[in-house]
Design a binder for this molecule. Structure first.
Ligand SMILES: [Zn+2]
Length: 129
C-alpha cells in the first residue's frame, strides 16, 4: 500500500443533506487541518484514481489555493450526493451525467487556471513573492 494513503483520514460518508458551512479559506478561523485532510482524502481516494486526465491536471499545490479548496469542496460533496445513494434513479443518472460532462470539467479547468504559473512548483530560490 502507498504509505501516503495510510496517513489520510477515512472518507466522510455522511448522508446528504449536510448542514455544515463552507470550511475552506486560508484566512478563515473555521478552516482546520482536519477539514483540508478530509478533502485531501477525497482527492487521493476518489478524484485522482477515478477522473483520469481531469484529475491529472490538479497541481500538487492545490491546498494552498482557496479557489481550489472551494472547488474541490463542491466536487467532493456533490460526488457524495450523486454516488452514495442507495439506489440510482433516472434523475440521479441524469445528475451524474451533468456532473461528469459539465460540472467536473468546468471546475477542473478553474483549478488549472488558478495554479498555472502560481510559482509553487518553482524552486524556493526562484520565487518572486
Ligand atoms: Zn500553487
Amino acid at each position: 500500500m502507498d504509505p501516503r494513503r495510510r496517513q489520510l483520514p477515512p472518507l466522510d460518508l455522511t448522508p446528504w443533506p449536510t448542514t455544515r458551512p463552507p470550511r475552506y479559506c486560508s484566512n478563515s478561523p473555521t478552516t482546520t487541518t482536519s477539514s483540508v485532510a478530509r478533502l485531501q482524502a477525497w482527492v487521493e481516494q476518489v478524484y485522482r484514481p477515478g477522473y483520469g486526465h481531469l484529475a491529472a491536471t490538479l497541481a500538487p499545490c492545490w491546498s494552498s489555493h482557496d479557489l481550489c479548496l472551494y472547488g474541490l469542496d463542491i466536487l467532493s460533496d456533490l460526488w457524495s450526493v450523486l454516488y452514495l445513494q442507495p439506489e440510482r434513479t433516472p434523475r440521479t443518472l441524469y445528475a451524474q451525467a451533468e456532473y461528469q460532462a459539465r460540472i467536473l470539467p468546468a471546475l477542473a479547468a478553474q483549478l488549472v487556471t488558478e495554479t498555472s504559473g502560481c510559482g509553487h512548483t518553482l524552486p524556493r530560490l526562484r520565487r518572486t513573492s
